[in-house]
Design a protein around this ligand. Structure first.
Ligand SMILES: NC(=O)c1ccc[n+]([C@@H]2O[C@H](COP(=O)([O-])OP(=O)(O)OC[C@H]3O[C@@H](n4cnc5c(N)ncnc54)[C@H](O)[C@@H]3O)[C@@H](O)[C@H]2O)c1
Ligand SMILES: O=C(O)C(=O)C[C@]1(C(=O)O)C=C[C@@H](O)C=C1
Length: 367
């Protein structure tokens, strides 16, 4: 399709949406706006946008689709700004924010202007931020929530989905309230838990500096998301306050319960607690992206000698298998360590497994 697409907020998500739209609609003109000149310049030089505009108003007035991709409190301000701008008659305005109720409410005055607003939230992302981390495939197989109100025409929802088809995401329609409730449980609250575990370790570190040096696999896995953008998470917690307050109360009750089992040395209940959690966790859909992203990880037992990583990555490079992430898990005390290699697809993982087994004696594991 042809048309002008304005992306306001050229970070990880705005940049990825721009790349995904361009992938499916090469004739569309991607226009970018960002409060940061640096992000705008970078987006232009990386080819994420075709054109940069100096103000939101400049881009908004000539856009057929406006994608708001700033942190959610900023998105509310952009929606207020839109009310005072002269927009194209068929314009569709959407956003990518992690919360929906306040944003959808804030967009209601747009109706009187004849503009269509459809709330959106692609449920995939990363702890990384900024346009340099943007990828066209970020949302492939992820759920993409849309929250159209009853005022939105079905044909406009179809038109938006058509523009966004390059995301290769699965669209799901929810009410804003339902969205915020679910996102609170599976996305927002876990970020507080991750951050609080890091705070706890930091406090213990003051007593014993070995704490951070020994912080290994499990701690790092569960706290990865504590490295996310604090501005984005501050805004989410301001928006989804009511849901999150309820989650705090339920979490405190949950902690009290398991604390009692531990205090009582109740081995049966402690076992059941872990067992039930494992069953539910293992039953979650894997191989799809979503609120819990899956990674195609391959673990390789490697001896601790200089050059072992370049040896393995060398074999994979020769076989033209790309690695998306690489990490050494330093939990073992014997001479073998574990190298964790992540791949984008199951096929890449299998090829890597065969390649390493063909070239070395190192054991490989898929967990
Ligand atoms: N990071 C994730 O995993 C993720 C996933 C899904 C949705 N989201 C949502 O996407 C939005 C963007 O998050 P991100 O991860 O891309 O953040 P980011 O920090 O990578 O990018 C945000 C960009 O918005 C710009 N910005 C800030 N205020 C602005 C304004 N008033 N006008 C224009 N630009 C402005 C910033 O300069 C920055 O370039 C947030 O609303 C977030 O809740 C994030
Ligand atoms: O993978 C991560 O790092 C994320 O935090 C992604 C994540 C999530 O909580 O799952 C973060 C916020 C979003 O709104 C959607 C996705």
């Amino acid at each position: 399709m042809r048309g002008n697409i304005l992306i306001a907020g050229l970070g990880l998500i705005g940049g990825s949406i721009a790349l995904a739209i361009k992938r499916a609609h090469p004739n569309a003109t991607m226009i970018g706006y960002d409060v940061s000149d640096e992000s705008l310049r970078l987006a232009r030089s990386l080819g994420v946008i075709d054109e940069a505009v100096p103000s939101f108003a400049h881009g908004a007035c000539e856009a057929d689709v406006i994608v708001l991709a700033a942190p959610v409190v900023q998105t509310e301000q952009l929606l207020r700004d839109l009310v005072h701008l002269s927009l194209r008659p068929n314009v569709i305005v959407t956003d990518v924010g992690s919360t929906k109720e306040r944003i959808v409410k804030q967009a209601l005055p747009l109706l009187e202007k004849g503009a269509t607003f459809i709330g959106g939230h692609p449920m995939a992302g990363s702890h990384k931020s900024g346009v340099a981390a943007a990828r066209a495939h970020l949302f492939e197989n992820a759920f993409y929530i849309l929250t159209p109100t009853e005022h939105v025409k079905e044909e406009d929802v179809i038109r938006l989905k058509h523009w966004l088809e390059g995301t290769k995401a699965h669209f799901v329609t929810l009410t804003p309230k339902e969205h915020d409730r679910i996102a609170g449980v599976i996305s927002h609250f876990p970020h507080i838990i991750a951050a609080s575990l890091v705070h706890q370790a930091q406090q213990y570190e003051r007593e014993d500096e070995l704490v951070s040096r020994l912080a290994a696999g499990g701690f790092r896995d569960i706290t990865r998301i504590a490295s996310s953008n604090p501005e984005m998470w501050r805004d989410i917690f301001i928006h989804n306050k009511e849901e999150l307050l309820q989650l705090f109360d339920r979490w405190i009750e949950e902690m009290k319960k398991i604390r009692t089992y531990v205090a009582d040395g109740d081995s049966e209940r402690i076992y059941q607690y872990f067992h039930e959690a494992k069953q539910f966790r293992d039953g979650l859909p894997v191989r799809t992206k979503g609120a819990i992203p899956s990674f195609y990880d391959l673990y390789v037992d490697v001896p601790d000698y200089p050059g072992v990583i370049s040896e393995i990555t060398g074999y994979l490079a020769k076989a033209r298998i790309s690695i998306t992430n690489i990490r050494i898990i330093e939990t073992r005390e014997d001479i073998y360590g574990v190298l964790r290699l992540s791949f984008q697809t199951e096929d890449d993982r299998q090829r890597a497994k065969h390649c390493i087994e063909a070239n070395t004696n190192y054991e490989t594991h898929v967990v």
